[in-house]
Design a protein around this ligand. Structure first.
Ligand SMILES: *Cc1c(COP(=O)(O)O)cnc(C)c1O
Length: 458
């Protein structure tokens, strides 16, 4: 039996969760066009749509919000955040943003443009969309193990450094304004990246004078995996590991809605003074002044405190442990998942779960609908709905290598008995999987269609 690492906190405030009947859920999902993004939260019992901005804040963070100094410029909460950012990441030049894509929009608004290519181990969907919206190409260069759902490589999120060098030679240094590394690698299962891979990527990029930026949303979870899995890091603290990791970076974007343990917020940092000026100007145009970046100052205080809490080793052991626990319970029942589980989510492998549903009929979406109908569970399709696209030259539809359904676990929100129930529901669906049918899209938009698409059963 899987072991559960107990929560290193106790509960002070509770929130009731909605309970619904199957008949009610059938009505809700029909009304939502079979897209769980359109469901009201009152229809959902277990919300695993995202771990983004869904964390429970601590009493210490809530107390910090009461200490918000709502000065437009130079609030004391900004200075506190600045101290913490310098301490953990070692960056002097940074701005807060309203969330991760705010940082992306400001950064790529300055550095991207037609003809440019921006590589990454794997771009997250908003990162890709922000790059493509500027007329640039977003390329994924993950190691091949990362795309094999049962390969137990300890750092499946790694960059394929040889492919990166090949790319640089092919498109030319002048067309690559920067290269990125997403830690953990969300799009392939929240898989970590090793320090060795980060160092190798930095060394290669430095030889070509290409800046190295980190997409840092889940850096603390990534650092915990480095401590647990990579030789030479067992005796180091998470903060020491983070300091080393960010010492290789020329900048970073961060959705603080993940390892910042806040409900809203983001960060953008650089070591390039000239670029920093341009970023600040664009920030003022679109997000807000440089000392608040689209956030209330109380949010900055919650973020400063949350960044520190997320470095706690007991917290990270519990956090990664609860993901491993749910994964183990599913594997015990034969349910196909991405192995090993990553840091923030369990990913169901929809291609193996529903082998009778072709990718053109969106197996991930079909499974997402079944999870809702059977258990009131809201998950997120990360597969053909999100990533399939028409090849610009041939018009042929290209499907992603993996069709996944992500059960993203909000931080400090659900307990062991919740996971036991959820595992049971999914095991039951798996036993009756033959009855699940594919779906077709009846409405879509050209970019980020998963948010608004509507479906029908085929
Ligand atoms: C969430 C996320 C983003 C975007 O952040 P938002 O706060 O949702 O705008 C970017 N990259 C990765 C890897 C993410 O997980």
């Amino acid at each position: 039996m899987a072991q559960y690492t107990f929560e290193p906190f106790k509960i002070k405030t509770v929130e009731a969760i909605p309970l619904t009947t199957r008949a009610e859920r059938a009505q809700f999902i029909r009304g939502a066009g079979y897209n769980v993004f359109h469901l009201p939260s009152r229809a959902i019992t277990f919300d695993f749509l995202t771990d983004s901005g869904t964390s429970a804040m601590s009493d210490r963070q809530w107390a910090g919000m009461m200490e918000g100094d709502e000065s437009y410029a130079g609030s004391r909460n900004y200075y506190h955040l600045r101290e913490v950012v310098q301490d953990i990441f070692g960056f002097e030049m940074f701005v807060p943003t309203h969330q991760g894509r705010g940082a992306e929009q400001v950064l790529f608004g300055v550095v991207a443009g037609p003809g440019k290519t921006i590589p990454n181990n794997t771009h997250f969907d908003t990162t890709r969309a922000n790059i493509e919206a500027r007329g640039s190409t977003a390329l994924d260069l993950i190691i091949s193990e990362g795309l094999d759902p049962t390969n137990r490589h300890p750092f499946k999120g790694n960059m394929n450094v040889a492919a990166l060098e090949e790319l640089i030679r092919r498109v030319g240094v002048e067309n690559i304004p920067l290269a990125m590394m997403t830690i953990t690698n969300n799009a392939v299962g929240g898989q970590p990246v090793s320090m060795a891979n980060i160092r190798a990527t930095k060394e290669l990029l430095a030889r070509y004078h290409i800046p190295f930026y980190i997409d840092a949303c889940r850096y603390a979870e990534n650092c915990y995996f480095i401590q647990q899995r990579e030789a030479g890091y067992r005796a180091k603290s998470i903060k020491e590991i983070a300091r080393e990791l960010f010492s290789y970076a020329d900048g970073f974007t961060m959705s603080a809605k993940k390892d910042g343990l806040v409900n809203i917020g983001g960060l953008l940092a650089t070591r390039d003074p000239g670029l920093f000026e341009q970023l600040q100007n664009r920030l003022i145009l679109t997000e807000g002044f440089v000392s608040y970046g689209g956030l209330a100052r109380r949010d900055l205080e919650a973020l400063a405190r949350g960044l520190e809490e997320a470095l706690g080793e007991k917290y990270l052991a519990y956090r990664t442990g609860q993901i491993a626990y749910l994964a183990e319970r599913l594997l015990e029942n034969g349910v196909p998942i991405v192995e090993p589980p990553g840091g923030h989510a369990v990913f169901l492998d929809a291609k193996r779960f529903l082998p009778h549903v072709p990718q053109s009929e969106f197996p991930g979406q079909a499974l997402t609908i079944a999870l809702y109908l059977e258990g009131g569970i809201r998950a997120c399709e990360i597969g053909s709905v999100m990533f399939a696209h028409k090849d610009a030259a041939t018009g042929e539809v290209k499907y992603p290598a993996l069709d996944l359904v992500r059960l993203a676990i909000p931080r400090r929100v659900y307990t062991q008995s919740h996971f036991d129930y959820v595992a049971q529901v999914i095991a039951n669906i798996y036993r009756a999987r033959d009855q699940i049918r594919g779906v077709k899209i009846v409405y879509e938009q050209p970019r980020l269609r998963h948010f608004t698409a509507r479906f029908e059963e085929v």
